[in-house]
Design a protein. Sequence first.
Length: 216
Amino acid sequence: MKNSSYSNNIIKSDYVKVKGTVSLNYFNFKEKEELPVNEEVEDHNEKRLELLRLEEKINQKLIDAQIKYDEILNQANTESEKILAETNQKAVEIEKRAYHEGYEQGTQNGYEDGYKEAYEDNIEKAKNESSEIIDKANKIMLEANNQVASYIKNNKKNILAMGISIAEKVLRRNFEDEESMDLLILDVIKEYELKENFVIRVNPIYKESLDKQILE
């Protein structure tokens, strides 16, 4: 009698990475000795402090996202392992029962064909029941993956909103061209998915405007 076993299709931890740190290098500050004195120097320092505070907030969001992702992943893996373990155990029990039932029926009929037919029927029944349990485990893993993807998508929106807020504070005005602002922040989102350390970059078309705003 052959023993049935099923592979453990656990969600891999490298499905998505949230962890990382942000450095908000929107522009290069001039050296302190090159700046005008008094109010403008003070205003310059206030801008730097504001960027540092916003940078800390974004990095904390990344930490929170990683913690949430790990919780979802661990929960999905625990549930999947439990279901797959039950699947293997139940498959063995069903196969044993199928063997004995097939043997008894074959003996009662006194025909080898009767034994073979009964055995194969019960084995097929065991496979079907085991397949249903495995499908349930796979469905749970798929739902967990969807939860993770949804959480990351929502987190991207938060970073986009934070980036717009930063730009408004630094430039002291609102961006009227939302499409251009989206292009500016898309670099952040792209690197957010692929790297552990990344820099929020300004689209080159804004460089002249940013330099002008900083020097005013």
